[in-house]
Design a binder for this molecule. Structure first.
Ligand code: SAH
Length: 223
C-alpha cells in the first residue's frame, strides 16, 4: 500500500515511523510512505501556504493552490483511490473504516493546521474526511498517525500470526477479553485458574464469555 502525506510539519512523522509495527511494515515493504512538505508546492516567494480568512474571522487558513499543486504532483504516477482530509467534523474513525481503507492500494492524507483548509479544498479536492473524535487538535499530523497505525496493522502479513488483528477489540463486534502474564500471583492478585488449566476448549469458552460480558458493560451499543 502506498500512503502519501501532505503536511506543513514533515518532521513530526519521523519518530512515529521509526518504531514498532509501523516501522516493521515499512521495512518489509508492506507500506510505502511518502511525506510531502506543502511549502515545496507554493509559488509564493516567501513559501507562504496560509492567509487571513475572508470575512474577517481570526486565524490563518491554508490556501488551496499549494494543496492542489501537491495533490496533482502525487497523482502523476499514481491513481490515488482516496484523498483523505483529517478533519474534526469528518466521518468518525472506526475499526470498520480502518478495515475498508486497509484494502486500498494508495491513499493521500492531507493534514490541516491553523484554522483548517480553504473550504474549496474540502468540496473539490478531497474524496473523504476523517475525524479521530469530537475534539480539536492543533493539526492533522497526530490524527494522520492514528489513522495510519490503525490501517497498517490490518494489512496482511504486517502482524505475525500470533498477534493477529482478528482477535482485537471491534474486529468481530466485541471488545477483547482480559489478558494476563507472569507472575501467576502478584501481591495476592491471582491469574484466573481457567487460564492455567491447559484445557483449550474451556479457555476459549471463558475468553468468549469475558468478551461478551465486557462488551455489554463497556460498549453496550455493539450488542
Ligand atoms: N477550525 C477547525 C479546526 C482546525 S484544527 C474547526 O473548528 O473545525 C486544525 C487541523 O487539525 C484541522 O484542519 C485538521 O486537519 C486537524 N484536526 C484537529 N482535530 C482533529 C480531529 N479530531 N480529527 C482529525 N483531524 C483533526
Amino acid at each position: 500500500m502506498r500512503i502519501d502525506i501532505i503536511t506543513c510539519f514533515p518532521e513530526m512523522f519521523s519518530s512515529f515511523f521509526s518504531y514498532s509495527i509501523v516501522r516493521r511494515a515499512i521495512n518489509s515493504k508492506k507500506i510505502n510512505i511518502n511525506i510531502h512538505n506543502l511549502r515545496d508546492y507554493t509559488l509564493d516567494k516567501h513559501k507562504k501556504i496560509d492567509d487571513y480568512a475572508y470575512g474577517g474571522s481570526p486565524g490563518l487558513v491554508m490556501m488551496i493552490e499549494p494543496i492542489d499543486r501537491c495533490i496533482a504532483a502525487i497523482k502523476v504516477d499514481n491513481d490515488c483511490q482516496e484523498v483523505i482530509y483529517m478533519a474534526p467534523d469528518g466521518e468518525i474513525l472506526t475499526q470498520s473504516l480502518s478495515n475498508e481503507l486497509s484494502l486500498k492500494d494508495n491513499i493521500i492524507i492531507l493534514c490541516g493546521h491553523y484554522k483548517g483548509v480553504d473550504e474549496r479544498v474540502r468540496t473539490n479536492l478531497v474524496t473523504r474526511e476523517v475525524s479521530i473524535g469530537d475534539y480539536v487538535l492543533s493539526g492533522g499530523e497526530i490524527p494522520a498517525c492514528v489513522l495510519i497505525d490503525s490501517i497498517v496493522r490490518l494489512i496482511p502479513g504486517v502482524l505475525s500470526n500470533e498477534v493477529s488483528a482478528l482477535d482485537d477489540s471491534f474486529q468481530d463486534g466485541f471488545v477483547a477479553p482480559p489478558v494476563y502474564t507472569r507472575p501467576r500471583e502478584y501481591k495476592g492478585m491471582q491469574v484466573p485458574d481457567v487460564l492455567l488449566s491447559g484445557d483449550k476448549k474451556k479457555i476459549d469458552k471463558w475468553l468468549f464469555e469475558q468478551s461478551v460480558e465486557r462488551t455489554k458493560k463497556r460498549r453496550p451499543s455493539l450488542i
